[in-house]
Design a protein around this ligand. Structure first.
Ligand SMILES: NC(=O)c1ccc[n+]([C@@H]2O[C@H](COP(=O)([O-])OP(=O)(O)OC[C@H]3O[C@@H](n4cnc5c(N)ncnc54)[C@H](O)[C@@H]3O)[C@@H](O)[C@H]2O)c1
Length: 287
C-alpha cells in the first residue's frame, strides 16, 4: 500500500468540500475534488475560500498557509482521471445506495490496485458497496462529521473483508489531517456516534409524545443536566430532520423494530427539515 500523498474526494457537497479542505490544510497531500456538477464545484470553491479567509481573520491560519492549502485542491468533473492518480479515494456522494453503487463501480474501474478506497457514508456500511470491486480488503468506511473543519472525529469502520493494513492506513491518514480516528471493529448500523444519538433522540421523542415534557425543556434538561452542548431536538434541527428520518428508516429495514416517530415523520412530510428549511422543532427564520 503506497504512502498517501494524493487524495481524490468524490462529491463536492457539504462533506466532500470540507474533507478536501481539511486534507489540504495539513499540507501533505494533493487533493482532487470531483463532482458531476460544475456549479457544485464552484460552490465548493467559494465555501473553501470563505472558510479559509475566516480562519485567517481569526488567527488560526497564516495567509501563506491558506493560499498554499487552496492551491493544493483541484476541482474536476473527471472522476476517472482524478481516481487514477490517487493513493486514497474518499467517496462522499448523496446518501443513496444505488447512486453510491454506481460511483463505486466507476471508481473501482479507475483506481490503482494499491489505493485505499473509503466511503464517508453515515449509514451505508462498506460491505454494501464493494460487490464486484477488485480488492475489497482495501475498502473501509471513513465517517467524518459536519462541519469537518470543526468536528474532530472520524469513525473508521472495518468491513468483514477489510485488511489490517487498510485500517492502519486509514487511521494514520485521519491523524495526518489533524482529526481524531476511532475504530469500529465490526459493521453496525449508525456506527458509534449515531447509535448513541439515535438512542437519546428516541427517548426524547418518547418523553415528548407521552406529554412528559416540551421540546424546549427536554433540550434544556440534556444541556444543563448532561452538559451536552446541544439538546437532541437542536441536534436534529442542525443536521436535518430528513437525514435523521432516512437513517431511522434505513435501520428499520436492516434491523427491524420501530421506524421514525410520528412527531418526526409529520414534520418531514410538512417540509419542516430544521435549519436548512427555516423550521424544524424550532423556528429558525429569526435566529
Ligand atoms: N451532511 C452531513 O451532515 C453528513 C455528515 C457525515 C456524513 N455524511 C455523509 O456524507 C455523504 C455526502 O453527504 P453530503 O451531505 O455532503 O451530500 P451533498 O448532497 O451535500 O453532496 C453530494 C455531492 O455529490 C455529488 N454527486 C452525486 N453523484 C455524483 C457522481 N456520480 N459523481 C460525482 N459527484 C456526484 C453531488 O453533485 C453533490 O454535490 C453521504 O454519504 C452522507 O451520509 C453527511
Amino acid at each position: 500500500m503506497a504512502e498517501i500523498t494524493s487524495v481524490a474526494v468524490i462529491g463536492a457537497g457539504t462533506m466532500g468540500s470540507q474533507i478536501g479542505l481539511q486534507t489540504a490544510y495539513a499540507g501533505r497531500h494533493q487533493v482532487a475534488l470531483v463532482d458531476s456538477s460544475l456549479e457544485q464545484l464552484e460552490k465548493a470553491r467559494a465555501l473553501q475560500q470563505h472558510l479559509t479567509r475566516r480562519a485567517v481573520e481569526r488567527g488560526r491560519l497564516t495567509e501563506e498557509r491558506a493560499t498554499a492549502a487552496l492551491g493544493r485542491i483541484q476541482g474536476t468533473t473527471d472522476l476517472g482521471g482524478a481516481v487514477a492518480g490517487a493513493d486514497l479515494v474518499i467517496e462522499a456522494v448523496f446518501e443513496d445506495l444505488d447512486a453510491k453503487r454506481q460511483v463505486w463501480s466507476e471508481l473501482a474501474a479507475h483506481a490503482r490496485p494499491d489505493a485505499v478506497l473509503a466511503s464517508n457514508s453515515s449509514t451505508i456500511a462498506i460491505s454494501r458497496l464493494v460487490d464486484g470491486v477488485p480488492g475489497p480488503e482495501r475498502c473501509c468506511n471513513m465517517h467524518f462529521f459536519h462541519p469537518v473543519t470543526v468536528m474532530q472525529l472520524c469513525e473508521v469502520v472495518r468491513g468483514p473483508l477489510t485488511s489490517d493494513e487498510t485500517v492502519r492506513a486509514a487511521m494514520d491518514f485521519v491523524r495526518s489531517i489533524q482529526r481524531v480516528p476511532v475504530l469500529v471493529n465490526k459493521e453496525i448500523h449508525g456506527f458509534i456516534v449515531n447509535r448513541i444519538l439515535f438512542a437519546a433522540a428516541e427517548e426524547a421523542f418518547r418523553l415528548l409524545e407521552g406529554g412528559y415534557a416540551s421540546v424546549e425543556d427536554i433540550d434544556t434538561a440534556v444541556k444543563k443536566g448532561l452538559n451536552w452542548p446541544m439538546g437532541p431536538f437542536e441536534v436534529l434541527d442542525f443536521s436535518g430532520l430528513d437525514v435523521f428520518y432516512g437513517a431511522l428508516e434505513d435501520r428499520r429495514r436492516l434491523e427491524g423494530g420501530p421506524g421514525a416517530p410520528a412527531a418526526l415523520r409529520e414534520r418531514v412530510e410538512r417540509g419542516e427539515l430544521g435549519r436548512k428549511s427555516g423550521r424544524g422543532f424550532y423556528d429558525h427564520t429569526s435566529r
